[in-house]
Every structure is written in C-alpha cells, then in structure tokens.
Design a protein around this ligand. Sequence first.
Ligand SMILES: C[S@@+](CC[C@H](N)C(=O)[O-])C[C@H]1O[C@@H](n2cnc3c(N)ncnc32)[C@H](O)[C@@H]1O
Length: 249
Amino acid sequence: MELSTSFDGLADDWDERAGEYGDERGDSTASALINALSPVQGKAIYDLGCGNGALARRLVRAGALSVIASDISPRLIKLASARDTTAIQYMNRRATDFTRISSSSVDAVVLHRAAFYIEHFGRIVDGARRVLTSGGSLVFDVHHPLLPAARKVAGRTVAYGESLDDLNRIWASYSQPHSTRVTGTDSRGNAYSYACLKRPLQYYVNACLSRGMRLRRLIEVEGSRATTIPTAIVLSMENSVRTGLRPPG
Ligand SMILES: C[S@@+](CC[C@H](N)C(=O)[O-])C[C@H]1O[C@@H](n2cnc3c(N)ncnc32)[C@H](O)[C@@H]1O
C-alpha cells in the first residue's frame, strides 16, 4: 500500500498561505530552482506535486511556453484551477503517473518541495527520461542535511514531524531511508496528517545517475529567515542523449 502523502487535509490552509506566487518559506528554493532552469523563456515545463500552482504561475510569469502541473490532492488542484483559467493545464494524479504526456515533449520536469513525498522516486526519473527532450532537465529540491540544525537555531521544535530535542538522534538515522509522519491542526481547526520520506542525498543522486541522467548543477540554498544555515539542496539533472553501442573497430 502506498504511503499517504497528500496535502488534501490542509489544502485550503495551504492555498491561503502559498497565495498567488508562494510563501516566504519556499521563496529561496523556488528562486534557486527557477535559476537552475534558466532561461525559462520558451520552455515547456511539467511541475509535479504542484500544490496550489504557486511555482507554475511563477514559471508562466517568467516566460515559459507552456506549463502542465499535477498534484495528488484533488482539493489543491481545484483551488489551483480556480486561480488560473487559461495559462496552466492542471491534472489531479500521482507524480509517478506520466500517462498522456507525450515522449520527448517537455524541456523540464520540476518538483518544488515535493520530491521527499514521492515514495518511488525512481519512477519519477524513469518518467522524466521518457517525456523530456534530450538535453532536457529534471530539477528538484531535497532537504539539506543541516535543515534540522537550521530549524533549531531558528527556535523551532520540530523538523519533518520529528522532535529537534536530540539532533544527534536525527542525524544518526540520516543514511537509512525511512518515513516520518507530519501531523497537526490547520488554522481552520482541521486535523491533517501526511508522510514524509527521509532519504540521504545519495539516494536521489544515484536514482538519477543509475538511470542515465547526468548531474548538471547542485545548489545549496540558505533558508529565507533567521539563519544563513542552508536548508535545501536544488539538483539539476540533465537528460543525457542515449548513445547506442559503438560499432566495433
Ligand atoms: C510541500 S507541498 C509543495 C507544493 C508546491 N510544489 C509548492 O512548492 O508550493 C507538497 C505537495 O506534494 C503533493 N504530493 C504529495 N505526494 C504526492 C504524490 N505522490 N504525487 C503527487 N503529488 C504529491 C502534496 O499534495 C502537496 O501539494
């Protein structure tokens, strides 16, 4: 059975917080991600785990030729669609579902603050390899290993659902992939709960490299508030050209 990672339970709250172009918390990663796509102008982009479409709208504003955006949460897709009428094509589906996206039709596949909710990340890479043009990009961010330290310094008590009382305990399990559960009550009093996958950086890099992608760029992103400790890593992967076997001689 798949882990339940959808933000459907806090969709209205999330939409309000993210607003038209995203909240301050995600601003520095979104900017780094857009920078890694540069130039955005003229590109066909597929945004996975799009939430209320905040990044998708930024991409349209930055001159993207076309943007498809999908999310597992039906409520978030409804809210996203209500914000835009024409520019973005929204789909309610799992990020690993690439059906009805033509092969070699997309210049970039992006995930903003979403990769660590995808249980079978290798399927994203397989899907991206098929739908991307050759030389196209898969760009996504993951938690920086220093994120718990950054949150602690900023006076927070929890990171990805785990108590920050004992940082050593959090780091001791760094290299062992596992899931945590984030629970809470939104501003409307609705309880929410979703799983977060904790995996080391090598998991993501190797998932891409072992499927024939190349690492183009790695950017360590500082948090937007309170501290300069990096909180995210943006990875830009290149869909390298498939080369056949060289003829003998
Ligand atoms: C932290 S939010 C980020 C939303 C958006 N990318 C942004 O930056 O504003 C994570 C999003 O991933 C979605 N999500 C979680 N698991 C997913 C999955 N397996 N497939 C597609 N979307 C998923 C959630 O519903 C949520 O909207």
